[in-house]
Design a protein. Structure first.
Ligand SMILES: Cc1cc2nc3c(=O)[nH]c(=O)nc-3n(C[C@H](O)[C@H](O)[C@H](O)COP(=O)(O)OP(=O)(O)OC[C@H]3O[C@@H](n4cnc5c(N)ncnc54)[C@H](O)[C@@H]3O)c2cc1C
Length: 469
């Protein structure tokens, strides 16, 4: 066993994610054999594409549906994420309220609460073992300023549908009964979150969708999306409806370079912790844990007793590029290791077994959208800003309703049909994101050092300038 959070002798950087090391990388399904025609062509085999196919096929078994996937289903963020099946909405609620009113945001929030249970229901129904366990979500403050931010957010969330039952305040002692985080001074707890093994979920869902009769073509890169047509290297696919489900990879599609910024998120996972470390940490449940730093870290205790921790680390690559099969950028490992050591000093004696990166989609207003343009037949969903695991399910159901022209509550949720301006050209894009996260790092350092309950002005200004809040 390695010590002091060093890389173990079996350490791997990339190879998609630790979650695939756990279950094994899949063999590829056959590529598109040539030009063809279907009713619905879905571009991207992540959770957005798969959930859309699932609900479409369940409602209309005769529909001919094809999923076109560049690598393999679950290769993207859906197979690399932190495993938070969480009801937190993608984006700042007040943004949706501005265009659709508070009542519609409350509806979105209730739909998110229900979507966590819907995913769990489908996993049980379809026999998918994704290591799901619904023990809730903890947001932990480790400085007075983080505590003040968390406390301030509670009445804000109450307004948008979070009742006393949905969101509770924990003082440091109450938090320690669940999990001991170094320096914790308070936390919020919500029961609406489950731990999942991301690769098991997405691969399990792909197998189910395929059994339902959906064609999944892997190793099939889409180069262009046009009305009623998808262009691939293997041939064209004609379709009444074309669904764009590429999230963080959207920038790779012709004409979409500045639609959603591909934001990096990276993770590390430890070796299994020895029993004495778990005795010190507690954490007997499967609560998901996030800190309240501006540079946010998210964690899960895995089923086999490891800690998986993620954060932004190096947030963006110039020119909207992304990683090579999950390989992290220089500096990422050290940043994540420092966050882990800060939150869980009892884990310091173990080694790190794996690190990986992925991309998620960030729209210019940091809010997600789902839509279908009836004239062109082109639909889309994404821009979940790091809250995609549950949102993809809600988005998939919504897209199915839009395609089938069903007049449901989902198709009037405030994220439906949302159009947002594009990101700036480079180098402004790169400078803005780099500046934002440098400001966050400086703000976190300052808040830790000062012990003040007031949030650092640098972070507030950075949020405003970047359009994040
Ligand atoms: C490290 C990390 C941690 C995260 N943690 C969480 C979390 O804990 N909870 C949460 O809610 N959200 C989290 N997210 C975000 C969440 O995982 C995503 O928002 C969600 O999985 C997006 O699903 P998707 O299907 O839209 O996109 P993806 O899963 O990225 O799928 C897109 C697919 O399109 C394919 N593709 C790319 N280009 C092409 C092309 N040209 N042609 C055909 N196919 C193509 C890709 O290979 C990929 O399979 C995290 C993201 C990352 C990267």
């Amino acid at each position: 066993m390695a010590s002091s959070l060093e890389k173990t002798s079996t350490f791997i950087d990339g190879e998609v994610s630790y979650w695939y090391r756990d279950i094994g990388l899949p063999a590829l399904r056959p590529a598109l054999p040539g030009a063809t025609s279907v009713d619905v062509a879905i571009v991207g085999g992540g959770l957005t594409g798969l959930w859309t196919a699932y609900y479409l096929k369940a409602a209309a078994p005769d529909l001919r549906i094809a999923i076109l996937e560049k690598e393999f289903a679950g290769f993207g963020a859906s197979g690399r994420n932190g495993g938070w099946l969480s009801a937190e909405p993608p984006g700042e609620p007040s943004r949706y309220a501005k265009t659709h009113g508070i009542g519609s945001v409350v509806r979105l929030q209730k739909a998110m609460f229900a979507a966590v249970d819907e995913v769990i229901r489908i996993l049980e129904l379809e026999g998918i073992d994704a290591q799901v366990r619904k023990d809730g979500l903890l947001h932990v403050a480790t400085t007075p300023s983080q505590r003040a931010r968390l406390a301030k957010r509670m009445p804000h969330l109450r307004m948008y549908g979070w009742s006393e039952r949905d969101l509770q305040w924990l003082d440091a002692a109450e938090l320690a009964e669940r999990v001991k985080i170094a320096g914790a001074v308070g936390a919020t707890y919500s029961p609406h979150c489950a731990r999942i093994q991301p690769a098991s979920l997405v691969r399990g869902l792909a197998a189910v969708v395929e059994r339902m009769g959906v064609a999944i073509y892997e190793g099939t890169e889409v180069t262009e999306v046009q009305p009623s047509r998808v262009v691939t290297r293997q041939g064209r696919v004609r379709a009444d409806f074309v669904i764009r489900a590429l999230e963080g990879f959207t920038a790779g599609l012709k004409g979409f370079k500045r639609t959603w910024l591909p934001m990096n998120s990276s993770m590390i996972v430890t070796e299994p912790l020895p029993a004495r470390a778990w005795d010190e940490i507690g954490w007997e449940g499967a609560e998901l844990v996030g800190d309240e730093a501006h540079g946010f870290a998210y964690c899960q205790r895995t089923r086999d007793g490891r800690i998986a921790l993620g954060g932004r680390a190096v947030p963006y690559r110039y020119g909207s590029r992304w990683d090579e099969r999950g390989q992290t950028m220089s500096g990422t490992f050290d940043q994540l290791r420092a966050q882990l050591a800060r939150l869980f000093p009892s884990a310091k004696a173990v080694g790190i077994e794996h690190a990986w990166a992925g991309v998620l989609g960030v729209p210019r207003d940091w809010c997600a959208s789902v839509g279908l343009d009836r004239d062109s037949g082109i639909g889309w969903a994404g821009g979940y800003v790091g809250h995609g695991v549950t949102s993809t399910n809600l988005a998939g159901r919504t897209l199915a309703d839009l395609v089938l022209e069903r007049d449901t509550d989902l198709v009037t949720l405030p994220w439906v049909g949302r159009r947002v301006r594009q990101w700036e050209m480079e180098p402004v894009r790169w400078l803005a994101v780099r500046g934002l996260y440098l400001a966050y790092a400086a703000a976190d350092r300052r808040e830790r050092a000062s012990g003040s309950a007031t949030s650092s002005l640098i972070a507030t200004v950075a949020d405003r300038v970047s359009g994040r809040r």
